[in-house]
Design a protein around this ligand. Sequence first.
Ligand code: GKR
Ligand code: MG
Length: 410
Amino acid sequence: MTDTRIADIRVTPIAFSDPPLRNNAGCHQPYALRSIIEVETEGGIVGLGETHAGKELLDGMTDLAPRLIGMDVTDLNGLWAHARRALWPMPDPRVQLRVVAGIEVAMWDAYGKATDRRVCDLLGGQMRKTAPFSAYLFYKFAKHAGSDTADMWGEVATPEQLVNEAHTLVDQHGFRSFKVKAGVLPPDEEIAGLEALREAFPNAPLRLDPNGGWHLHTTLDLLPRLDGLVQYLEDPTHGIPAMATVQAATEIPLATSMCITSDADLPEGISRKAAQVILSDHHYWGGLQATRELARICAIWGVGLSMHSNSHLGISLAAMAHLAVSLPHLSYDCDTHYPWQTDEVIEGGKLRFDKGALTLPEGPGLGVTLDRDALKRLHQNYLDCGYTERDDASEMRKHRPDWQYAHPRF
Ligand code: GKR
Ligand code: MG
């Protein structure tokens, strides 16, 4: 076996095109940010990771990466020990976990490539052939503010437009379930959108995610209309106490990617029964190993598990898929923003879904390799666009100058 001690860690922030998708916090900017992590071993193997890319995260990478030189790529305990010393405390505790996650995935990938093993095999073996994903539907503007041309999706603001968007995603990727990003339009209009989807796709599971954008009283009032319509209701309202009140009032499973997002939230979230489904995200939870541990906790406590997503490219998708096929406990189709992205940073271009599921890319590790020309181009985008943080609220004000952030809004 080649020498798997870490010789170098490179972190490259990138910016890739993103459509004007709307959510409770505003609207997506023309570029979404990620960082690409390369962990190179003494033996010359390069492992890949992808994670968020705000300034604090990149500073954290700069602090942590040099401390890991000389460590073996299998030494995840060493990674956490160094991370605790280098990154704790940080102003935003969520960022530490996202730093660790990006490097941890690259360590798994490097180890897999060095030993000719797939990451899913290193994670315990393949439990299912493919990783199932659902179509992620968004209300959206036709074009970015200041742009002359509408994108291929056009505006999505009505039930009919939402159904058209769903048809396009199904035609392109074969999805069999749908998640609607809500908290954008008045709830009546969003429920009308769901009802139109139900009519167009009578057997497809539907989910709604207002991102905590509804008041507790609004949510309680709407429950009878959602009962029987949604497979689960994701983060209708904000915080563990309010979610627990809603869950106590309904048979509809509540899911969350907002009120239980790290170990610290688990005792209160589970004991207060704030949600029946936790939407894991290995970027949020500190990597693949931590998410496997979360899956076991969920199985023990009778909580369902699926996956949350943010705008991302193929390295993240491959990592999500390796994790998804190897988790003994995975209850629902996972989320992904991937179909909304046209850029790619891996060789061979976009990974392809078949019937809404992803077959693992072939090869050891994650099965993906870096397209260095694309990395260079997307890094140049990052330098040119001038963003250092995601800012949906400012972007929204370019479309609607009097728009104000409100959480909850309805
Ligand atoms: O990309 O607009 C978006 C989503 O709202 C994202 O930011 C959320 O993190 O997709 C996510 C979710 O499920 O809440
Ligand atoms: Mg969500």
